[in-house]
Design a binder for this molecule. Structure first.
Ligand code: 5GP
Length: 193
């Protein structure tokens, strides 16, 4: 069910750009330049949608997920772990999985130290975009490898014309998206109602 957060929708309408190939560019407030006030507003909305007592840790992927994850972590006083896209040589007890990138058209590895993702962890995953759900699926694999539990997934923007949302919801995952885009056809941004 679509549940748009009006402040974000208004900002996408004002400053978002629809590029060829179904890519939404939000570089001026989410992906490159950041609007901290908007991030705080969005993370309060995540905090309304996910019961903070249901999770003990926030997980994200570098780089664009880190800003909202940290702000939600600040609001809820929870630690934030970001999956790394490069395997650090110093990391021990590493959990690794592969992710296909829609925007870059390549496969890459993401990893988390087993020190920071453990069997008793109840994890909330936060990321900027939900497209085909590849990053989210990789995160679910890391959570499974750790024998941890994913209590939900929060995305700033969901592209409903790609199948990630269905893929995750069909698995019974509690998915929340603050803005749902139904189409980027003809380089026009259409917000789902
Ligand atoms: P997925 O893994 O769900 O297929 O894609 C999600 C990831 O791809 C996000 O973390 C984001 O980095 C990137 N992504 C997918 N679609 C878009 C888009 O339209 N715009 C931008 N800026 N990033 C996107």
């Amino acid at each position: 069910m679509v549940n748009n957060f009006p402040i974000l929708v208004d900002r996408i309408k004002k400053d978002g750009l629809s590029l060829e190939g179904g890519i939404l560019k939000v570089d001026s407030f989410i992906n490159h330049q950041l609007d901290p006030q908007l991030l705080v507003d969005m993370c309060h909305e995540f905090n309304r949608r996910f019961d903070a007592n249901s999770y003990n840790k926030i997980l994200t992927v570098e780089a664009s997920g880190i800003a909202p994850a940290v702000i939600l972590g600040y609001i809820t006083k929870k630690p934030v772990v970001f999956a790394k896209k490069k395997k650090p040589s110093t990391m021990e007890n590493m959990l690794v999985t592969e992710v296909f990138s829609f925007t870059k058209n390549t496969t890459y590895q993401i990893c988390v130290s087993g020190e920071f993702l453990k069997a008793d962890d109840k994890v909330l995953f936060i990321d900027d975009f939900l497209a085909n759900g590849k990053a989210a699926t990789g995160i679910l694999d890391l959570v499974k490898q750790a024998n941890a539990h994913c209590v939900g997934m929060g995305f700033l923007i969901e592209k409903a014309f790609q199948n990630g949302g269905k893929l995750l919801r069909d698995q019974g995952i509690h998915v929340e998206s603050l803005a749902t885009i139904s189409s980027l056809d003809n380089c026009t941004i259409t917000i789902a109602e």
